[in-house]
Design a protein around this ligand. Structure first.
Ligand code: FE2
Length: 299
């Protein structure tokens, strides 16, 4: 069976067909996945039957898995994979992390010094209503940014804080997870990065801001920083730039967090059950040849 690639949207996303990820991948097949990851920033592979161990093996092809601090939601025996959704244990306690406020645009990597991270989600259960995930390209966003906004961000730096975001989530929904310990919090100091960046693998220009974790943009007050970040994200996520993924059981989706933003839709599943197996890995990007004719929204 040969591997096929079908773009999902003019600016982001591709579906790969003809790929069985329950079997070890050849180097050549993984190279196809990696190429698609960099070229399209988001990849969908449907109809997979993946154990958490097989998902971890694929994650390791990209880089070093990061272990979630929400240990209570790890897949038993596989700490690289966390459970996300609204499922419950027989005693009624949550068996998956329910992020009621994930429906805000963000990048999963914003709080790290290491901005190159792949998030990999595998769908185990999906409700009939709700649970969609939205994606938008930060490369397309920079390429199409109006000049006045572009001039306001060149040469600026942005600071993100994971703890600020976590405090916000817990304040809004105390039952969704255990508060982080002081030791856990100390692992996540504030991080400062260039706002306008060159992707180290693809050479594409982009701007990197994740408003739910952002503290400020250099040279601007906190209020003006928030205003500017809102304008940037509003541009990135203009309706015509957004890919909406409607999940099916067996879907595997992974994306480049430096090059994109994503958002959950509100966690209202009309009584249905949602369970996603989530992994994340740090990636060491190697220079990668970009075909500019195929790079949607490229410079
Ligand atoms: Fe996320």
């Amino acid at each position: 069976m040969s591997i096929t690639l079908t773009p999902l949207h003019p600016t982001i996303g591709v579906e790969i067909g003809g790929c069985d990820l329950s079997q070890p991948l050849s180097d050549q097949a993984f190279q196809t996945l990696l190429d698609a990851y960099y070229r399209y920033s988001m990849v969908l592979i449907r109809g997979q039957q993946l154990t958490a161990e097989a998902q971890t093996a694929l994650l390791r092809c990209f880089g070093t898995p990061k272990i979630s601090q929400r240990r209570e939601f790890h897949v038993p025996g596989v700490p690289e994979i966390g459970r996300v959704g609204n499922t419950k244990h027989p005693d009624g306690s949550p068996s998956a992390f329910l992020d009621r406020y994930g429906n805000l645009w963000h990048s999963d990597t914003a709080s790290d010094n290491h901005l190159d991270g792949v998030t990999m989600l595998y769908c185990v259960k999906t409700p009939k209503v709700g649970g969609d995930t939205l994606f938008a390209s930060s490369v397309n966003a920079y390429a199409t940014l109006p000049d006045p906004l572009r001039r306001r961000i060149e040469g600026r730096q942005v600071t993100h804080s994971f703890n600020k975001h976590n405090d916000y989530l817990l304040a809004k929904n105390p039952g969704s997870a255990k508060p982080l310990s002081a030791e856990d919090r100390a692992k996540w100091p504030d991080r400062t990065h260039d706002l306008v960046q060159t992707h180290p693998a693809t050479g594409r220009r982009l701007y990197f801001v994740s408003p739910t974790l952002m503290k400020n943009i250099s040279g601007y007050s906190e209020g003006k920083s928030a205003e500017l970040a809102a304008a940037l994200v509003a541009h990135t996520t203009r309706p015509e730039f957004v890919l909406r993924h409607v999940w099916q059981v067996g879907d595997l989706v992974f994306w480049d967090n430096r090059a994109s933003l994503h958002s959950a839709s509100p966690a209202d599943y009309a009584g249905g059950e949602r369970l996603i197996h989530r992994g994340y890995a740090y990636v060491q990007p190697l220079a990668w040849p970009v075909d500019h004719e195929l790079s949607a929204g490229g410079e």
